[in-house]
Design a protein around this ligand. Structure first.
Ligand code: ADP
Ligand code: MG
Length: 699
């Protein structure tokens, strides 16, 4: 490690010990090395001079070159300093409201200035308020020479109060970069630099701070993003390699039971995607290494049967199975489905939840220990009995749309020498870029194909003013014996108002449909009442269900064909998609109707349009990623994995893909990085190891 890079920031002229301390406190910058990785967050485009007669209000920041005249302080109205800037095409007014006399003294009438600032429209006229000015030092024919993109750095109020602003950071970098340039090691192998035409490390760092033009800036960004993603992928792949080697798993390879069921017990043909995923799981189960697999599949894509077939491989090999669901309702639903599937095979399936009576619980524990209980389904209550399995082979976790999934999966891990295999199922598709990073050390299977014969749900956007049309449509559907959901938002901050809306909505629906029985379900009702109402709706006794998002998870009513979502603009995309998944479960055409007012933000509008345009959960997840950013999407801002210096998962999927492939190739070709051409990689990994994320806390 070069000592130049480790030089403390206080040795930069103009910084000194106390400002250095503040930089450390405010921005965690201590050394020259820290500073060169402190990238600008935007650039002022000083590469362009605009002729004054080409300015329009659509331009924001512009740079001009002109002569100053008519400098004066105006007393009328708000006191201000104005000046006229003229080039050979026209003139524009510059305005100051603060520091008038000081600026007035500095301005030189008749001198030529380079002026930079933001245009503001003032009536018909364009002004520039508080511009930056510099006397032009070069003759006009060489004016382009001192033009460039200027870096802008984030600083904090405390730093600014001590006069450490973006300009001081830039000046410091101007001092530091030339000194450290020759000490910055190249961190990527030559082969990769050549293959992707990447600029060298030191040059990229120079250009990210002081780019001459957009082209070299683009190259620098590409190179630095590539490097960042490459090393993340490399670390994740190495971690996976270690885990696979370290974690012995039970060898489960007996498929007799699976085949017996497959020949007689299956009412439909599996989709290609389902078959592929079962094969992927089978490969893991018989490998001798513990499976850690995430199964992604949209609502209705048929994950349950895949889970069941995996169970059969496990049970056929003499081991037991646990299946865990996030709510009692879902656990019960799984229990019923699995019991029906398992019955012809004479397998014992038992349900365990927090509500299970003590006596049956004791019986369950005995059966678990004796090994006579084969499939145990339940809620998180299962974790308390994880140690009691005679021979647990496979733990399946159905998390629907929650993300902290793997953490919970780890809970199965500390019990025995040969670990149970773990399969986590989620119905919220995660964009590939996120899955590749956040779950980069896991295996991911995807069911990206719906069972045949499903009619895609039609999604419509209605404004509140179209309510009569909506009611006519709902009546048609109910007359045709179909059922309807009507969902109201319930957001904690506005809970009381939301309940009021829900109740108002319920009353107006009762008035509009006096001839149909209607259910209402919301979070303030007690559990038995909720269950009773849900039951009535599920059995078709009520035709319309007014509810908050409590119905989001789990409810399965194939006869329900319409999902109306009130104030749809208040829901996130993932949630809208989940809600829509409650319909389209039977053979009839289903509809999702999104109700909104006419005032919509551009993001809301994009969410609604996305829903109308596609039923594909992966496309929706991609848009969600663009709109919300990865941290928000996963609810893991603080985790560290997604704290990139420059890469951006919502923009850089193709760079990520290239980086991942490169990392995979290198690991495969040279697992211990012993080849001389991989020395830069080996060295960089060692450097990163000192600064890296605590992977144990992630995913
Ligand atoms: P999810 O992935 O949302 O858990 P389920 O496993 O509940 O989906 O499946 C939804 C419905 O589709 C179930 O009724 C199931 O029996 C049915 N199903 C699953 N796979 C197929 C298939 N290949 N062909 C036809 N129907 C299927
Ligand atoms: Mg399911």
């Amino acid at each position: 490690m070069s000592s130049v890079l480790q030089t403390a920031l206080q040795y930069i002229p103009g910084i000194g010990p106390s400002k250095a301390l503040l930089l450390h406190q405010e921005l965690q910058l201590s050394t020259f090395e820290d500073l060169i990785y402190f990238y600008p967050f935007r650039y002022e485009d000083r590469s362009h001079l605009y002729p004054i007669n080409t300015l329009t209000s659509r331009l924001s920041y512009v740079q001009l070159r002109g002569t100053l005249s008519r400098v004066q302080i105006v007393q009328a109205g708000k006191k201000r300093l104005v000046a006229c800037l003229r080039d050979n095409t026209g003139e524009i007014t510059l305005v100051w409201f603060k520091g008038l006399s000081w600026i007035f003294k500095k301005l030189q009438v008749g001198a030529t200035y380079i002026v930079f600032g933001k245009l503001t429209a003032y009536g018909q006229q364009l002004n520039m308020v508080h511009p930056e000015l510099e006397i032009a030092t070069t003759p006009p024919e060489h004016a382009h020479q001192d033009l460039s993109l200027r870096p802008v750095y984030h600083t904090t109020d405390k730093l600014k109060a001590r006069h450490i602003d973006s300009k001081i950071v830039a000046k410091s970098l101007h001092y530091v970069l030339p000194q450290v340039a020759q000490h910055i090691p190249e961190t990527l192998p030559n082969a990769l630099l050549g293959q992707y035409k990447l600029t060298g490390k030191a040059q990229s760092l120079w250009n990210i701070h002081f780019p001459k033009n957009h082209h070299v800036l683009g190259q620098a960004r590409f190179r630095l993003k590539f490097e960042e993603l490459f090393y993340l992928q490399l670390q994740l792949l190495q971690l996976k390699q270690i885990q696979v080697e370290k974690r012995k798993g039970k060898i489960l390879h007996n498929t007799q039971l699976l085949h017996r069921f497959y020949k007689t017990g299956l009412a439909f043909a599996l989709t290609g995607a389902q078959k592929r995923v079962v094969k992927e799981i089978y490969r893991d189960l018989r490998s001798g290494h513990q499976m850690n697999r995430l199964l992604q599949g949209d609502v209705g894509s048929g994950k349950t049967i895949v889970a069941f077939l995996s169970m059969l491989i496990c049970l056929g090999s003499g081991a037991q199975v646990a299946m865990m669901a996030p709510t009692e309702l879902l656990a019960e639903q799984h229990f019923k489905v699995l019991r029906d599937l398992a019955q012809p095979l004479n397998l014992t399936v038992v349900l365990l939840t927090g509500a299970t009576k003590r006596k049956s619980r004791t019986a369950i524990l005995d059966a678990l220990q004796a090994g006579t209980l084969q499939i145990l389904v339940g809620t998180h209550a299962l974790l308390n009995v994880a140690m009691n399995f005679h021979n647990l082979g496979l733990a399946i976790i159905d998390e629907q749309h929650r993300f902290g999934v793997m953490q919970r999966a780890q809970l199965w891990n500390h019990q025995q020498a040969d670990l149970p295999h773990v399969l986590v199922m989620t119905a919220t598709p995660i964009p590939r870029t996120l899955a590749m990073t956040f779950y980069g050390d896991l295996d991911v299977s995807v069911i990206d194909e719906m069972p045949v014969g499903r009619k895609p749900i039609k999604t419509l956007h209605y404004y509140d003013a179209q309510r009569l049309k909506l009611f006519r449509f709902l009546r048609e559907q109910m007359v045709a014996d179909r059922q309807v959901y009507m969902v109201y938002p319930l957001i904690e901050e506005s809970e009381n108002m939301d309940y009021q809306n829900l109740m108002d909505g319920y009353e107006s629906i009762c008035r509009a449909f006096p001839d149909f029985p209607i259910s209402i379900v919301h979070g303030q009702m007690n559990t038995p009442d909720k269950a009773y109402e849900m039951q009535r709706f599920a059995q078709g006794e009520t035709r319309l269900m007014v509810a908050t998002t409590v119905i989001e998870v789990g409810v399965n009513v194939p006869n329900a064909t319409v999902m109306v979502i009130e104030s749809a603009e208040r829901f996130g995309l993932a949630q809208l998609h989940q809600l829509r998944g409650r319909v389209g479960r039977g053979s009839h055409q289903s509809y999702c109707i999104l109700m909104t007012g006419t005032q919509l933000s551009s993001k809301s509008r994009e969410r609604i349009q996305t829903m109308v345009q596609t039923n594909d959960g992966f496309k929706i997840a991609d848009v969600d990623l663009q709109l919300r950013g990865p941290g928000d999407l996963l609810g893991v801002q603080q985790s560290g994995v997604l704290d990139f210096k420059i890469a951006d998962l919502s923009q850089d999927s193709s760079i990520l893909q290239a980086a991942r492939e490169s990392a995979q190739r290198i690991i495969k070709e040279d697992p211990s990085l012993a080849l001389p051409q991989h020395l830069p990689v080996k060295n960089q990994l060692a450097r990163l190891r000192d600064h890296t994320i605590d992977w144990g806390s992630v995913g």
